[in-house]
Design a protein around this ligand. Sequence first.
Ligand code: PMT
Length: 406
Amino acid sequence: MFNGKRLILGVTGGIAAYKAVELCRLLVKAGAGVRVVMTAAAGRFVTPLTFQTTSGNRVYQDLFAANEEYSVAHVGLAQETDLLVIAPATANCLGKIAAGIADDLLTTLVLAARSPVLLAPAMNEAMWDSAQVRANVARLAGLGFFFAGPADGELACGGAGHGRMASPEEIFAAAGDILLQPQKWRGKRVLVTAGPTREALDPVRFLTNRSSGRMGYALARAASEQGAAVTLVSGPVSLPPPAGVEVIRVTAAQEMLEAVLQRFHETDVVFKAAAVADFRPAVESGQKIKKSGELTLTLLKNPDILAELGRRKKQQLLVGFAAETENVGMYARGKLSAKNLDLIVANDLTQEGAGFDVDTNIVQLIFRDGTIKSLPILSKLEVARAILGELRQKYFDVPGEIVYET
Ligand code: PMT
């Protein structure tokens, strides 16, 4: 399954370090080449010999050790890696990575790595809930780090709670999700809208909103990575186009409507992550409006693109987004039924790390059949992958069929 994949398993100093031995065994058994990097504190819990025996490779511990394999160990190791897994990742380790500190081989390796990094936090519940750790986790999620766990259960400090390291099997599965993007969207034609629209007032001014396009771009990227043919209708944003995705650039809501309607008949699933301006100036002045006294604007209602798709839809699945500041569930459900959607993704804009112009999101998925799934704070790419996974499971999955890219 992991044949040819090169992994680094970073082990930091927590009691869960002994479970990293089982994780190492699972990875090696699946065919991965595993190199273990231990912090000094990790060596207090498990000996390097244990990992050397389990991985079949020498264990790396010292940033300054003379190394016959690489002239600069952290650069050499980092360059030869498909995935870096840190299990357990202590609060100290998360804090250092979030701050960009590189004071040992493992944290230096994280900075040098170009591969994805999967973190499996393990700590006491109060530490996990502390404001510092919450902020570090939010920052890391926003920077694109992946997380497995933590889980609920017995804690080493006594009692039970949240903070226990995810099981080796769960971390192994999370590594598989990253390394082997399931190609379950192959054959599906996906249309994504992203970003704001701009409604011109005069040649230099317009009405718009704070959408950065990140949520929609993440969806386009994730769907494309999983094999879908993706068209992205994008409002004005400053993001690079995702690889392999057809990008159609539009400015105003009316243009977005036209671009979307043109492709709708040949689309299987539409994700409307764009924040379409609800109103536009009744008159667009041909000349720059002069600053003389007060200005009263008359605004006209823009077409509701998603509602129009809801009216026209045949076999297509429609996914809307709802950005709300109060009664999130109620308003989102209202839009789900008014616009004839199959799923609405509700962002609660009052929560830090959710909604407009941030790297992370906190969303609730509300399906047409009433099923609700709440996701924790995740990077927008992880949110996108979760949405695709849930939708696929509900509508497309053939039981037992797993299609992996090799
Ligand atoms: O772009 P980011 O900075 O990453 O931020 C992401 C996001 C917050 C913009 C995104 O997650 C999101 O919630 N997008 C929808 C925001 C919004 O406009 O919500 P709404 O409640 O006004 O609209 C509901 C749905 O109808 C949306 O799917 C919207 O695209 C669609 N709509 C709305 C108005 C309109 N005239 N036409 C539409 O199609």
